[in-house]
Write a protein that binds this ligand. Structure first.
Ligand code: PMV
Length: 360
């Protein structure tokens, strides 16, 4: 599929006013996307698993528009309140996608969105929010052309979400999702996410992600700024090559259920992401003392118990604990006994692999 395959071939005649609704999850990257080219093209492929509980819910009421102004006309409420600070991002998004959804100019959109996870918990909501919004917009196209294939609907929803926030394109499908062309993964594309086509071992089907909220509040750097730090970074090309190698490796690990290699690979990815930030110009340190304390405690616990518990990090201080579902009780006990002490207000969120966006 190329970009022009996402420009509707059949003209849009008319559609009654109506409303659409979508609930989209966040996702957690195992191999990280960090660095991009113009047009939201990733500098390296990435893979994540889709979550179940951390979701954004978006509704759009669309109505025929009276004025003939160009551009998409919308109003936006977040958790019932106007959010002027989100509007520039939405304008950029609509400017990028309008040629793929030209019918939007016929409507005025009333968009309302909310998140299932606590506000300013330090969990990035752009992935779930942009995925939910894109799925709603794609549902308007689908209602007009009900014969379009469900696979195309998913691909185009992901394509649109990518134009809102790169990693959002991995939040449409469920399970393990790949974004970015990789020679060993058939059907992979820089333009949209696809479910990993290989059959993965059962141990990864109910994987848990317990998110320890080490530091709530605003992120120190936005991901837009973060990706830019890879331009001219002294280790950029080595990092992009490494990520490609890691993609081949993780595919094997997922298919064969090799937990020891999984743990080593996922932690190396998390620390490499932070190493890139620590060695860029300007440099950033997004881990907090409690992030490091948790990591050390995880390493000790793994040695003591042989439980294949590992961590990953996003561009922030919170720690994602990843482990197979069969260890849930044991790990939650460890968290309650020892790790909550390192969390702000003892807060953590229990999540696990989920099945992707739901549209109605
Ligand atoms: O989608 P963005 O532009 O917010 O970038 C996300 C980057 C990381 O979360 C750090 C890694 C990833 O692949 O999700």
């Amino acid at each position: 599929m190329t970009e022009k395959d996402f420009v509707p071939a059949i003209p849009f005649t008319s559609l009654e006013a109506g409303n659409v609704h979508a609930e989209a999850p966040s996702n957690i990257a195992l191999i990280k996307y960090w660095g991009k080219y113009p047009g939201q093209i990733p500098a390296n492929p990435s893979i994540s698993f889709t979550l179940r509980n951390c979701t954004s819910t978006t509704s759009i009421v669309f109505d025929n528009r009276s004025t003939g102004d160009s551009g998409v006309s919308f109003e936006f409420l977040f958790e019932g309140q106007p959010k002027p600070e989100f509007e520039p991002k939405l304008h950029t998004f609509f400017d990028r996608i309008s040629k793929y959804l030209p019918f939007l100019e016929n409507f005025h959109l009333k968009i309302s969105s909310s998140n299932s996870f606590p506000h300013s918990s330090g969990i990035a909501s752009s992935a779930s929010a942009m995925a939910a919004l894109s799925a709603c917009l794609m549902e308007i196209e689908r209602r007009h052309h009900p014969d379009i294939a469900p696979e195309y609907v998913a691909m185009k929803s992901s394509f649109l979400a990518r134009l809102g926030s790169g990693s959002a394109c991995r939040s449409i499908d469920g399970g393990m999702v790949v974004w970015g062309a990789h020679k060993g993964i058939s059907g992979s594309s820089d333009l949209y996410g696809i479910p990993l086509p290989d059959r993965i071992d059962d141990v990864f089907r109910d994987y848990q992600d317990t998110i320890l909220l080490v530091h709530r509040g605003q992120k120190q750097i936005s991901s837009t700024v973060g990706h830019k730090l890879m331009e001219g970074h002294p280790f950029a090309s080595q990092r992009f090559e490494q990520a490609n190698r890691h993609m081949s490796e993780i595919k094997e690990v997922l298919v064969h259920g090799e937990l020891d290699r999984f743990v080593a690979l996922v932690e190396r990815e998390a620390l490499t992401l932070h190493a890139m930030m620590m060695s860029s110009s300007p440099y950033f340190m997004l881990m907090k003392p409690n992030t490091l304390a948790i990591i050390e405690r995880i390493w000790e616990y793994r040695k003591e118990t042989q439980v294949p518990l590992c961590f990953t990090l996003d561009a922030g201080a919170n720690v994602h604990l990843l482990y197979p579902g069969m260890y849930q009780e044991k790990v939650l006990q460890f968290i309650k006994n020892e790790l909550v002490a390192y969390c702000e207000n003892e807060q953590y969120i229990c999540d696990q692999v989920g099945s992707g966006v739901k549209v109605s």
